[in-house]
Design a protein around this ligand. Structure first.
Ligand code: ATP
Ligand code: MG
Length: 412
């Protein structure tokens, strides 16, 4: 019997995984610059951790959770996102570090399509303990630095402020009043949300719902004075950092724990349904709600698949995976070639050779295939003179060099 992978999951093969390596490497570079530390969290948690933090009337909890009973009948879920687990770990460990980043797969029973998988990867950060407009601005700058370091051009930054839980309750009542009069125009999901979680309607991706909420009074008019003032300060700092952003009054995020400042980075490369590539915001109540001390916090998550799609759409070319040298040898000198291969690698050069006995011509073809910068040719004549031929694969020029000079020349 031949197996196939399940719907909504994928194998990432080397044709694409080099992009993943690039994304992870470049992103970690920026995390280090900002003094964030890696945290590794489990893929399974008690289901209620997610229900309580993400919210019981969110799409994730209502429709998308991978949950099951374990052998002892406990309710377990595969993590649909990282924040809840990092907050749990933060409370449980009470260590000194307060700025974390994570990388890993998340699971959501989403409708699979481009940029929307059932197992997908996020890179995210969570920062605890600071409630300052400078922190909020710093987190947006950090996210922007990541996209810039990845050389992504087509993105926009959208921001909003959704106030305290109390503000959200007041605004939800206004929304209810307004939308109850237009109930029949809402999609089936939003009709359900109207009673228990009207704010979520602002996050609906269906055109008729979007139209309906277009002219609604913005939430920023309903938020408390100090939160609003802080939001104004964040905008000023962002401008001073030369960060361009758009205020989006319908931006509420799909998870319940957010309070105050929220943001999304969007792209026009992935179609309207999957246009968010990075998203986050402040969640100042969650640590306390999950049993910790009251601690302000802010974080974001970036979807690796969507970043990959944007890089591909922008025709991104990567030079960093090139082989330095491919050894092309006469089969009589396999051992000598193998020893030389190891010398090269020991000095930090990315060197490759084939162990099959094959012709010069076939080896040159392989050198081209792995994108080698040089071919080092070891034939009878070369062995006799102890002078090897080094062919530059880009311009086709060739020179004879002494064995002891090989490493120096390739590195140059
Ligand atoms: P969307 O509105 O597109 O469903 P979301 O609001 O559910 O996204 P978040 O929970 O904020 O997404 O996750 C942050 C990021 O993770 C998203 O911006 C996106 O890049 C990525 N992401 C979310 N769900 C998926 C998925 N099913 N497949 C691939 N990437 C995803
Ligand atoms: Mg979603």
């Amino acid at each position: 019997m031949k197996y196939e992978k399940l719907r909504g999951v994928k194998d990432i093969l080397p044709e694409e995984s080099f992009l993943w390596e690039f994304i992870i490497k470049k992103t970690i570079e920026i995390f280090k610059r900002y003094n964030y530390s890696l945290i590794i969290i489990p893929t399974i948690e008690e289901e209620s951790l997610f229900v309580r933090s993400i919210g019981d009337v969110t799409d994730i909890v209502l429709k998308e959770m991978y949950n099951f009973l374990d052998k002892k009948g406990r309710k377990i879920a595969l993590r649909p996102e990282g924040t809840a687990s990092v907050v749990r770990a933060f409370i449980e460990s009470s260590g000194d570090v307060k700025d974390f980043f994570y990388i890993g797969q998340m699971f959501r029973y989403d409708k699979p399509q481009r940029g929307r998988d059932r197992e997908f990867y996020q890179i995210g950060i969570e920062s605890f303990g600071v409630n300052s407009e400078y922190k909020d601005a710093e987190v947006v700058k950090l996210a922007k630095d990541i996209l810039d370091n990845l050389n992504i051009k087509s993105y926009e930054i959208h921001i909003n402020c959704i106030g305290t839980k109390e503000d959200q309750k007041n605004y939800s009542n206004k929304l209810k009043d307004y939308l109850n009069n237009n109930k029949e125009k809402l999609c089936e999901d939003c009709k359900k949300k109207l009673e228990r979680s009207p704010l979520r309607i602002l996050d609906c991706k269906i055109e008729t719902c979007k139209n309906l909420i277009k002219n609604i009074e913005p939430i920023t008019l309903s938020i408390s004075k100090d939160v609003y003032e802080k939001y104004e300060k964040i905008k000023i700092i962002l401008s001073e950092l030369n960060i361009k952003f758009k205020e989006n009054i319908n931006l509420v995020r799909g998870l319940d724990y957010y309070t105050g400042f929220v943001f999304e980075f969007t792209t026009d490369k992935l179609g309207p349904q999957q246009n968010t590539i990075l998203a986050g915001g402040r969640y100042d109540n969650l640590v306390e709600e999950l049993g910790g001390k009251k601690t302000p916090a802010i974080g974001f998550a970036m979807g690796i698949e969507r970043i990959c799609e944007v890089l591909k759409a922008e025709n991104f070319r990567l030079d960093y995976d090139k082989t330095d040298v491919f050894i092309v040898y006469d089969n009589n000198f396999k051992k000598e070639s193998f020893l030389l291969l190891n010398n090269l690698r020991d000095s930090g050069i990315k060197a490759v050779m084939s162990f099959e006995d094959s012709s010069f011509k076939s080896q040159m073809r392989q050198a081209n295939k792995v994108n080698a910068k040089f071919a080092l040719i070891i034939g009878e004549e070369e062995m006799k003179d102890q002078k090897f031929s080094l062919k530059n694969m880009r311009d086709g020029t060739q020179m004879r060099i002494k064995k002891e000079d090989i490493i120096k020349i390739i590195k140059a």
